[in-house]
Design a protein around this ligand. Sequence first.
Ligand code: PLP
Length: 389
Amino acid sequence: MTALSANAAAVPHSGIREIVDLASVQKPGDVIHLEIGEPSARTPAHIVAAAVAAAEGRTGYTSSAGIRELREIASARIARVTGLPVSLEQVVIGQGAVQLLSAAMAALVAPGDEVLIPDPAWPNYEMQALLYGARPVRYPLRPENGFLPDPAEIEALMGPRTRVLIVNSPSNPTGKVVDRLTAEQLVRAAERHGVTVFSDEVYDEIVFNGAHVSLAAMAPQSVVSIFSLSKTYSMTGWRVGYAAFPHWLAGTVAKLQETFISSLPVASQAAAMAALTGPTDFIAANLADYRTRRDSVLADLSAIGLVAPIPAGAFYLLAPLADGADSRRSAIDLVNHGVSMAPGTAFGQIARSFLRISLASSAEDLAEGVRRYRDWFETTEGGLALGNG
Ligand SMILES: Cc1ncc(COP(=O)(O)O)c(C=O)c1O
């Protein structure tokens, strides 16, 4: 039997998926799902219609960097939201933001290189770094600093092997939004050390307080900015993302796309074109829903004395456990109490005594799920009664 590659063997399972899988084998209807970052709203009809029309036409392979017209549309949108004029050659379409991040990582890191990743952060960054043999180096987003990055502390972690700095704003799982000054300082620190910034901006249109700051225009030569159709357009299942790369990197990533995907499904690309050029009123309506859900979850938690960090964007909320409680154990136990939430341990160390609730679940599910959480919290002393480790 051929041995597994050491890199592949080193990739941990996603701690979110563990709970998703556990919850999915329960009897349908027994568990309320608050663990997945997936809008409960359906994909808007005009987007679905464009995909159906495309599927009825010729559906061959397309360019591995994406259909030209979609790249043009994406480059216009990137220019509009970031203020950075990007050429068609700099834009690559991928199978969701996740696949573009992976391709960009493959283009830049070699075994032994270091990738700076937030703690807490979406687990896939670390999984990707490990897959390419890089060493993930976590930088803290401390609760006492509002879960925001500290540029001086991050710069101190940059060494000769640091290749990539990952910044995610609005953040999954904290919902915090990086301000302009901090963003600027992060980008300048990366420039000083020859580090490429991966600016994961998949929640760029989901901001409740303040404004989204895009890092791309701050240093076009050293920032990759990554966007997605998944969250804003309720299109998680269509698997389309797009990214703007510096000139020196774009061609290599476009080339690598051939090895990963050959090309994306035509129907998904047609759907993405319709999404990016069509009506946008539902975006504001969804945002208002997320905000209402955020406020009612915060109120429901505070009714039993729980103070959660207030998310300014994305659609997640970190519900606190008792100090020192183990969130993985708690999340597993909660599935048996009829509600599934993502454990903070899935995102690193700092949020280990929190559970992530997705505000993209329906209002009814959130209300009932949080009620079950409160009952559970009171009977388990906030998870402490389950013990640790
Ligand atoms: C921070 C972050 N980046 C990227 C993604 C992946 O998005 P996509 O569906 O476009 O692959 C997610 C999905 O949850 C996410 O939370």
